[in-house]
Design a binder for this molecule. Structure first.
Ligand SMILES: [Zn+2]
Ligand SMILES: [Zn+2]
Length: 334
C-alpha cells in the first residue's frame, strides 16, 4: 500500500519508530516510550524511559507513583532521538498536557495525534495544525451521526436543571482526568461560583490541575458535607459511581453524565442518566474531516475507533488513507 515511511511502523501494541527503537503510547512496557497524554489507554507505567510533556508526566506520576526515567519535553520543544529522528510535542487540545507527536526523519514528517479535539477547552491549549506527510488520526467518534453541540448549550442545560430543582442535587458523572476539570472550568466560565462537590476519587486530579495552573474555584468533598449543604448543589463523581451505593447519601440526586457517548440514547439509558450532557474531549465527525483537510497529508492513518467511515470519506475525497489495527485502546475515556 505504501512504499515510503518504512521507518514508522504501526504494530498491534503501539506505533514503532524504528530507527529510534521508540514506541508511541505502547500498550505494554517498552524501553523507550513517547506518551501523548495521561489517559490510561495511552499512558501506562513500567517503561524504561518515558518522554512526554511535564503535565502528562505529573499525571502519570500521580497514577503510577513513579517518575523513574521521565524526560519532560515542553510544547514546541524538539528532542533528538537515536537514529536521526527528531520529535516535537505540539498541543492536541484533548486534556491537560495532551500532545501530538511530530516525528521527522530523512526529510519525511509524521504526526501522531493521540486523542484530540478542535473545540475550545479552558483547561488546555488548542490543537495546532501541523502539515505533514503521514497524519495518524484518532477516530473515536468517526461516524457522521456524531456531531457534538457547543459546550455552552450543555452547561446551560445543567444550570437550568439545577435552578429547577432547588431541593435536589445534580450529580454529574464525568471521567476523572480531563472531563471533570473541563466541566468545572466551563461552569465557572458560565458564572457558576458556588462550591462544587467532589467524589473522593476526583480530588487528587483536580488538585493537580490547580497546581499546574488551572483555576477551578471552590471545590469541596462530598464526604465532608451534610445532606442539607448538597441541596441545590452540583456534585461530580466518576461514571462508575453514578448508580452505586455511594450516591444514596445524596439528596434525591438528579443524574447527569458528561460524555460524547451521551449522543447515543441507549448509552444514557443504560446508565439511567436523566440529563445526558454531550460534552466530548474527542473530535466529532466534522472536526475529524475538517482536520484532515487542514493538515492535508499525503496519507492518513486512522486508528482508535470507527475507522471504516472515515476511511470511506477519505476515499470519496481522493485522499490516501488506511486503517490501523492497534489494540488496547478503549473509547471509555470520554
Ligand atoms: Zn484520551
Ligand atoms: Zn484514547
Amino acid at each position: 500500500m505504501t512504499a515510503g515511511f518504512a521507518w514508522i511502523r504501526p504494530e498491534p501494541h503501539g506505533i514503532h519508530v524504528v530507527p529510534a527503537d521508540c514506541w508511541i503510547d505502547p500498550s505494554r512496557p517498552v524501553d523507550n516510550a513517547l506518551v501523548t497524554h495521561g489517559h490510561a489507554d495511552h499512558a501506562r507505567g513500567g517503561h524504561g524511559r518515558t518522554v512526554a510533556t511535564p503535565e502528562t508526566l505529573a499525571i502519570m506520576e500521580l497514577r503510577y507513583q513513579t517518575r523513574e526515567g521521565a524526560l519532560p519535553v515542553g510544547y514546541g520543544e524538539t528532542i533528538a532521538l537515536p537514529g536521526g529522528v527528531n520529535a516535537t510535542f505540539v498541543p492536541a487540545g484533548h486534556v491537560l498536557g495532551s500532545a501530538q507527536v511530530v516525528l521527522e526523519h530523512a526529510g519525511e514528517r509524521v504526526v501522531v495525534t493521540g486523542d484530540y479535539k478542535r473545540m475550545p477547552d479552558p483547561t488546555c491549549p488548542p490543537f495546532e495544525v501541523v502539515p505533514c506527510d503521514v497524519f495518524v488520526t484518532e477516530a473515536t467518534f468517526g461516524l457522521p451521526v456524531f456531531r457534538h453541540p457547543p459546550v455552552e448549550h450543555e452547561i446551560a442545560k445543567l444550570l437550568n436543571a439545577l435552578r429547577d430543582h432547588p431541593d435536589r442535587c445534580v450529580l454529574v458523572g464525568a471521567y476523572a482526568l480531563g472531563k471533570a476539570q473541563r466541566v468545572i472550568a466551563e461552569l465557572r466560565r458560565a458564572g457558576h461560583h458556588d462550591a462544587i462537590w467532589l467524589h473522593g476519587a476526583m480530588e487528587r486530579m483536580c488538585r493537580l490541575y490547580e497546581e499546574l495552573g488551572v483555576d477551578l474555584g471552590e471545590l469541596r468533598l462530598v464526604g465532608d458535607a451534610t445532606k442539607e449543604q448538597l441541596r441545590g448543589a452540583i456534585v461530580l463523581c466518576p461514571p462508575s459511581a453514578l448508580n452505586d451505593r455511594w450516591s444514596r447519601r445524596l439528596p434525591e440526586p438528579l443524574t447527569a453524565m458528561a460524555s460524547g457517548w451521551m449522543r447515543v440514547r441507549q448509552r444514557a439509558r443504560q446508565r439511567m442518566v436523566e440529563l445526558p450532557l454531550v460534552i466530548s474531549d474527542h473530535a466529532d465527525w466534522d472536526e475529524l474531516t475538517r482536520t484532515i483537510e487542514e493538515v492535508d497529508p499525503a496519507e492518513s492513518w486512522i486508528t482508535h475507533g470507527r475507522e471504516e467511515a472515515l476511511l470511506r470519506w477519505c476515499q470519496l475525497h481522493q485522499r490516501r488513507a488506511r486503517a490501523l489495527a492497534l489494540v488496547g485502546y478503549e473509547d471509555e475515556d470520554d
